[in-house]
Design a protein around this ligand. Sequence first.
Ligand SMILES: CC(=O)N[C@H](C=O)[C@@H](O)[C@H](O)[C@H](O)COP(=O)(O)O
Length: 234
Amino acid sequence: MNPVFEQLKGGLVVSCQAEGDSPFNIPERVADFAEAAVQGGAIGIRSQGVEKTKAIIDRVALPVIGLIKSEFEDGYVRITGSFQEVEQLIAINTDIIAIDGTFREREGMSGPAFIKEVKARYDCVVMADIATVEEGIACAEAGADCLSTTLSGYTPDTKDKPKQGPDFAFLSEMVQQSSIPVFAEGRVNTPEDAAKMIQLGAWGVVVGSAITRPHLVTQWYVEKIGAVNAVHDV
Ligand SMILES: CC(=O)N[C@H](C=O)[C@@H](O)[C@H](O)[C@H](O)COP(=O)(O)O
């Protein structure tokens, strides 16, 4: 096992991503988030995009999981899915590269086949972002260094899964079936849920929105308050 995983064991990875018209959508601001995450005790950072990932690597001393996001033809999110993107992340010394491990085709191959080729071509540590246990098993066999439950609920096959909270059942089953580290990621929106993931056997927990998307956290509050107001108005 790569030594970086000893550093990440049992800890919190903060995903510092910003997109669209978010006021944080510049490299300096996401690096600010990463610095705040260090102050709070995070043991790793996850980051999207070459410039932003580089800004974070330059700012903090923690291991950084980097990725480049785009879309598949099906309109759903694609995490790092081309050799060019992998090379861009290697060029800035990204510690761990998150790669889409779903069965959908890119570069003429499925996620596991792509990961196998990446591991053959480059000297890099790979996190396979998956949505199902079958994908996780195939990615581990292909040589992925770790798995993350990132994509449960965000692929055509899993889009109908409930999205109110994290997918505890998926994490738990993946941990039981896996001989490589499995990270819990996706809608882990409370400290209690993060602690439960560790109890279920997660190697580490990745949290994004609840820490680094203040507009979403604001919306959660506004909606709850709005629902109460609606009842009182009736
Ligand atoms: C599905 C997708 O695009 N996930 C992305 C992957 O990097 C990010 O947008 C998420 O913020 C990250 O996975 C952490 O999840 P959450 O923000 O729910 O804590």
